[in-house]
Structures are given as C-alpha cells and as structure tokens.
Write a protein that binds this ligand. Structure first.
Ligand SMILES: [Zn+2]
Length: 455
C-alpha cells in the first residue's frame, strides 16, 4: 500500500524496546490518536488520566486525546493547559504543574513536543509517577530519553528522571507541525554523525567506551533517516516517519546506554553554550535543533581539516612538544575564570574541566594511542563523517539553519564559541582532541581565514 515504512519503523523500534527499562510501548502511525484509549489502558490499567498540554497542542491533539480516553472508559481529570506565550522548559512551569499532579493520582498524558514533554517528565518524576507522551512534532530527540532539560537558576540543566512509559505518535499531527519544528528535529538527528565520531575518539582513549548495542540503535539506520531532507521540509510522510523514528531511537539508545553520549557530542556543546549565554535572535531563543545544526556543521568542518592535515608525524611532533605545550591546571583555571567567571556556569565548567584534566604522562599515552592506531582511526572517522559542505547542504535542504548568521551568531563569536564549547563538558570530543595535540591555532583559526570553511 506504499506505507510499509510504518511496519519497518515498528520492527526497528520493537527491537530497541527490549533494551529499555522505562519505555514499554511505542506506536508511530497514521490516525493513531484514535487508539490512545487502549494504549493508555494497556500501560496503566485501572488508572485515571490527566492531559497536559499547552494552548497550541491542546487544540492540535490534546482535546481529542482527552475525548478518546473518556470514550475508552478511562476516568479523566480536567486537563492542565499551559497558557504561557513563547514558553520554554523552566522550573517555574514545573512548580505550576506539580501541585496539580500532587492533588490527583492521575497519570499525566503529555501532549506536545520538547517543552511539554520535559515539563511533564520531570513533574511526574517528582510525584514518583510514570507518564506517557503523545508527540506532536519531530522536533528533538527527547521523547524517549531519560532526563529533562529545564532552565533553573538561569542555567539550562538536565535533571535526572525516567523516560515515558509509552510514546504515541500520530503522523497526521506531525505532518501538520510547523516546518521549522521538524527541521529542528532533523538537525538534532543528523548531529549523530559527528557525535558518533566523537564517541569513537572517547572509546579509543577509554574515557567512555562504545556501547555496541546503543551505537547500532542510532548509527545503523542513521544515513537512511537523514536521506530525504527535502521530504522533511515538504511534509513527506515517509521522510517524517523516518525522522521521528530516528529521534525516538536516539532516546531509546540513551535509555539503553544510560548516557546521552549515544546522541550528543561537541556539536551539542555549542548549543549548550549558546543556551547558557541566553542567546536570542529576533527576540527569541533559536530552537535546540537549530543551534545543534550549526554546531554540527562547525564540528564537521573541524574534523575535515583534521583529517586532511594530520598524519602519524603530527602525533609524534605533538608528543615531543608536550613539555613545551602542556597546559597546566593553573593556566586552564585562569582561562575559565576569564571565559566563564561572570556567568552562572563557572562552577560547572571548573568541575568538568578538572575531571578531564590529565597529567603529561596520560596525555602522552593518549597521543601514542592515536598515533599507533592512526590509519585505522582515520579510516573509521572518514567513514563515519560527512564532508562539511555536504552536511551543511543537507541541513539547509531540510530548511534548518546551516550557517551561524541564520541563528544570529557572527563568525567572530562562532570562533570564540569553539574555544568555550571545548571547556563546557567532560565528554571527550574533537575539540579536546585538538587541544590535546596543542594544535588549536593551527587547526581552528584557519577555519576562519580566507579559504577556510568559515573564511
Ligand atoms: Zn539534541
């Protein structure tokens, strides 16, 4: 019937669910809102339900979800509807929802995308109750992930909490989502290409070994999921279904590996950096996926330069230069103070950087590992990555920003962002790698000179 892709998606998701502790059931199809009653009863037999939505998503699907639940014989509380124009996930909104959940024993049915899902996920965990989500856009990979990204004390932070028990997606709804939302999800998904390369580096030096199952849940079909960016932009059902599958699978892989390493590398650190700088463009914060997309092009460009220029000899020279180039903790600490001293991030980056700080002997061990495995590593990274221009073109074809200016970041700020993003998190990646070799000026700076990728 031309829609066999739903069966393909279902089979792959089913396989992934075997490895997940939190999520028990995922349905992606057309007209599935009509099944939400049975879906709920299967996961939460005998329980009450409360629909949680915002004004927009309530109109799109929330109202209907409530009616379907009631029609299936589920007792339904008055829905909780956020009426907060331009809302994003922040603790104030958790504090609003939590008392409602405390006053009932109903299971929350989140109807929405990133923000509503994160608010519901975290609020439900605070009352120690499972929840489910009806996703309304393919806009990010957080549906199936544990943890919720919520702004608290002016910093975006990830709060630990279980993933939803069930995820129900009606592609009739997702296909009507604004193009920019699905485009953002596309950028968040294609980010798994350079993120995978970063994990390969971390695996080699042993800081975060690759979990083979989680790796394959994300990476095996990744090229297929991102193969039709034009289709994502034009609302093609198959393209959007594969996009949604990829985003859900990314979350399931995080559940399996119990780390977001499976779905995020240095490209996400650009996004986190701009989040925490409270970056706004035309009066609003660009979406997570839009920032991650620019980060993805940024790290792809860095990798491209690395792979074109580094040889075994590069590592030998770097090893010989350790006594001269070694950055002491005092040097790094001073830099952190200059870069982050006045921001709320200072203590966090100091902790993360301290955690990844290594003595010269360990640095030498790493550089030798890279050198001794160079030809295989280079082959593996080249197979994993895409040329920066190509990935930029694909992101643009999905109608997501592929240049920093499109999200209001000038080139000089982007250049500085490479350095700041490197200091944001313990997670080893191409930025750390460049620092470890002592080749920052030789590798990052030329990207911004005439003839360089951002030049
Ligand atoms: Zn993401």
């Amino acid at each position: 019937m031309g829609s066999d892709f739903y069966a393909e998606t279902a089979a792959r998701v089913e396989k992934a669910l075997r490895y997940c502790d939190d999520t028990k059931k995922v349905v992606v199809g057309e007209g599935t809102l009509g099944q939400v009653g049975d879906f709920f009863k299967e996961l939460f037999p005998g329980k009450r339900a409360i629909v949680v939505a915002d004004v927009t998503t309530f109109g799109l699907a929330g109202d209907r979800v409530g009616q379907e639940l009631a029609a299936a014989g589920v007792s339904v509380d008055e829905p909780y509807i956020y009426d907060e124009p331009g809302m994003h996930a922040e603790m104030r909104l958790v504090d609003m929802l939590k008392p409602r959940l405390e006053g009932t024993d109903a299971i929350a049915v989140a109807v929405g995308s990133g923000t509503v899902n994160d608010l519901c996920k975290y609020s439900s965990s605070l009352v120690e109750r499972p929840y489910m989500v009806v996703g309304t856009a393919a806009s990010m990979d957080g549906y199936a992930s544990f943890g919720a990204s919520i702004e608290y004390n002016e910093c975006k932070q990830t709060f630990s909490c279980p993933a939803p028990r069930g995820i129900l997606i009606d592609m009739d709804v997702v296909c009507k989502a604004p193009v920019k939302m699905n485009a953002a999800g596309f950028a968040d998904l294609i980010a798994k290409i350079p993120a995978g390369a970063d994990w390969i580096l971390a695996d080699l030096i042993g800081t975060e070994p690759i979990d083979e199952i989680a790796w394959s849940l994300v990476q095996d079909s990744l090229r297929d999921w991102v193969s039709n960016p034009e289709g994502v932009a034009s609302g093609d059902r198959k393209a959007l279904t594969f996009l949604m599958e990829g985003l859900i699978m990314s979350g399931l892989a995080m559940q399996k590996a119990k780390t977001s390493r499976t779905a995020s590398g240095a490209e996400h650190q650009f996004s986190h950096l701009w989040d925490n700088q409270h970056h706004k463009f035309n009066g609003e914060a660009p979406s997570h996926g839009f920032k991650v997309g620019v980060g993805t092009v940024s790290t792809s460009a860095l990798y491209e330069r690395i792979l074109a220029n580094w040889t075994e000899g590069t590592f030998d020279a770097a090893i010989a230069a350790i006594p001269r180039n070694f950055r002491t903790w005092e040097t790094i600490e001073k830099e952190l103070e200059e870069n982050f001293g006045s921001s709320g991030l200072y203590e966090t980056v100091k902790r993360e950087c301290r955690k990844k700080f290594v003595e010269p002997s360990e640095l030498e061990r790493r550089l030798k590992l890279f050198r001794d495995n160079w030809s295989e590593l280079k082959k593996r990274l080249s197979a994993q990555l895409m040329p920066a221009k190509e990935i930029q073109g694909i992101i643009a074809a999905a109608k997501a920003p592929s240049t920093p200016e499109e999200i209001g970041i000038e080139r000089a700020r982007l250049q500085k962002s490479y350095a700041l993003a490197q200091q944001l998190r313990y997670r080893y990646n191409c930025l750390d790698w460049t620092r470890d070799l002592g080749l920052w000026e030789e590798t990052v700076t030329p990207l911004f000179q005439p003839g360089g990728f951002w030049g």
